[in-house]
Design a protein around this ligand. Structure first.
Ligand code: HEM
Length: 486
């Protein structure tokens, strides 16, 4: 009450909440993007809640997200503090969690230099092409395990780009290490898993204290995280020293022999962020693509017809074909829109008081853009639940709908620095898969057809629920192309 009295404008509307705990009990726990959409219908495009005294605003429309997070990016680009994952385990060093400041700016500068434009990413395209070719070979040999191969390929591409590291066919120690760190990360960020996140003061209790299991866990997880950042970095450093390094994010930056220790640290942690930010997201997009193709056979046929006309059936598509493949290009955009892999993006934090659309947003407010809802906004996307690439093509009397990449990759100074790499790998997978495989509904032993439901799991990165589909080469010629030399 006292707070409101001093406010230069009213707070945005939102559910009322309780003393002290605020709106904790109002928070949606499953598919939160749908719960937040309901809030939007009731309270408007900017909804205010308070979680144990922490102000939070949820943005539900494309316009308000762009106006705040893109146009006022200089004040809306900090991140909240995550006590357990960030401060105690050390994820706060990794780009997505860095507070707004010099280290953050340096990290973004480094990613921009190596992968910030279509041109800078060119040097990595042959590698992406080679890995994707290997992917379709594996899927052809063992289609039941397509999900594992999507995951393996995304990991191999990122480790190659970040460190010039070639993943081994069988169990690879580095992949095992980075996967362990990522698994621990998802435990760390499970909502309400650690009391210390709600009450940061608890971080001061001594390690030996009976209730301090979280502190001992933090020590163990910190070691995994440090290894994840250090082991591959030292590998590249060794390769650069002996002149045997493949071009990669780390090697290109380490070629500069006058680096300070601080700069080296920045390269090390930024490279670590690439795996964290780039593997699971790409996996979810490509798995979503397989789901959409299973459910929308007519879309698949149109894309294949375009590939047959433009690329032909004597070779596999390559990155350069994209500009001649408007339908496949639109299909990739529709994958980003239909199920955005980060339905709520990552939270932004406001660094000074703001007044927006007549409402007061206090300094320190955590701002969540409901990217899922923005990409299913009926005023922007007609019939938003349907998978329809046509929406991104112009036709007589019809303009294409808004490019979803403006939202699915986040906002302002925090928007995804991996966009160009994600684009290259996802396009390559979609185009190669469509040119050589037919994806159809799986058929049970008794002849019944299995229609997967379009359901998605919770999580910062949300994947389709596991589903079955049938993946078969389109023809003998396609089969030969799949098994042709890389
Ligand atoms: C389909 C693929 C991808 C999608 C949809 C995606 C989406 C996003 C989103 C929504 C954010 C948060 C932006 C914000 O806070 O407003 C983000 C951040 C980030 N992404 Fe991606 N991403 C993808 C792939 C990648 C790849 C391939 C990489 C690395 C090679 C990557 C690296 C990062 C990093 C490092 C951040 C943190 C940036 C920061 O905090 O400043 N992402 N991404």
């Amino acid at each position: 009450y006292v707070f409101q009295k001093r406010s230069p404008a009213p707070l945005p509307p939102g559910p009322r909440g309780w003393p002290i705990i605020g709106n904790i009990l109002d928070m949606p726990t499953v598919q939160p993007w749908l719960g937040f959409k309901k809030w939007g219908e009731k309270w408007g495009n900017m909804v205010y809640v308070n979680l144990l005294g922490q102000p939070m605003v949820v943005l539900n429309s494309p316009k308000v997200a762009v106006d705040m997070l893109d146009k006022k990016s200089s004040i809306y680009s900090d991140r909240p503090t995550f006590t357990m994952a960030g401060e105690l385990v050390g994820w706060t060093n990794v780009t997505p969690f860095l507070h707004y400041g010099d280290t953050f700016r340096e990290s973004r500068r480094l990613t921009h230099q190596i992968m910030g434009s279509k041109k800078s990413i060119q040097v990595f395209l042959p590698m992406v092409e080679r890995q994707t070719h290997r992917f379709i070979q594996r899927v052809s040999d063992d289609p039941e395990h397509v999900y594992e191969y999507i995951r393996g390929t995304a990991g191999a591409i990122i480790l190659n780009l970040a460190y010039g590291y070639e993943v081994k066919e069988d169990r690879d120690e580095l992949v095992a290490l980075v996967d362990e760190a990522m698994q621990q990360f998802s435990i760390l960020t499970t909502p309400n898993a650690f009391l210390v996140d709600a009450f940061p003061i608890l971080r001061h209790i001594p390690n030996w204290f009976p209730g301090a299991t979280f502190k001992r866990l933090a020590i163990e997880y910190k070691k995994t995280l440090t290894d994840m950042a250090t082991v591959p970095f030292l590998y590249t450093k060794g390769q650069v020293a002996t002149g045997t390094a493949q071009p990669s994010f780390a090697s290109t930056l380490l070629e500069n022999t006058e680096l300070t220790e601080e700069q080296e640290e920045s390269i090390k942690w930024t490279a670590a962020a690439l795996y964290g930010g780039g593997s699971d997201t790409t996996v979810s997009s490509i798995y979503t693509f397989f789901l959409a193709m299973t459910l929308y056979p007519e879309v698949q046929k149109k894309a294949q017809a375009e590939l047959d006309t433009v690329v032909g059936t004597d070779r596999l598509p390559s990155p350069a074909d994209r500009e001649h493949l408007p339908y496949v290009d639109a299909l990739v955009k529709e994958v980003y829109r239909w199920h955005p892999v980060g339905p709520l993006g990552l939270p932004h934090r406001l660094i000074q008081d703001d007044i927006h659309d007549g409402y007061f947003i206090p300094k320190g407010t955590v701002v969540i853009a409901n990217i899922w809802n923005i990409l299913h906004d009926e005023d922007t996307y007609q019939n938003p639940m349907a998978f329809d690439p046509e929406r991104f093509l112009s036709a007589p009397g019809k303009l294409p709908e808004q490019d979803p990449r403006a939202f699915s990759f986040g906002f302002g100074r925090r928007s995804c620095p991996g966009l160009n790499l994600a684009e290259a790998s996802i396009f390559m997978s979609c185009a190669m898969v469509l040119s050589v495989f037919n994806i159809t509904k799986a058929v049970n032993g008794d002849g019944s057809v299995v229609t997967p439901s379009a359901e998605f799991q919770d999580g910062t990165v949300s994947h389709p629920k596991p589903f079955r589909c049938s993946i078969k080469p389109r023809s003998l010629k396609a089969e030969a192309l799949i098994h042709s030399a890389e």
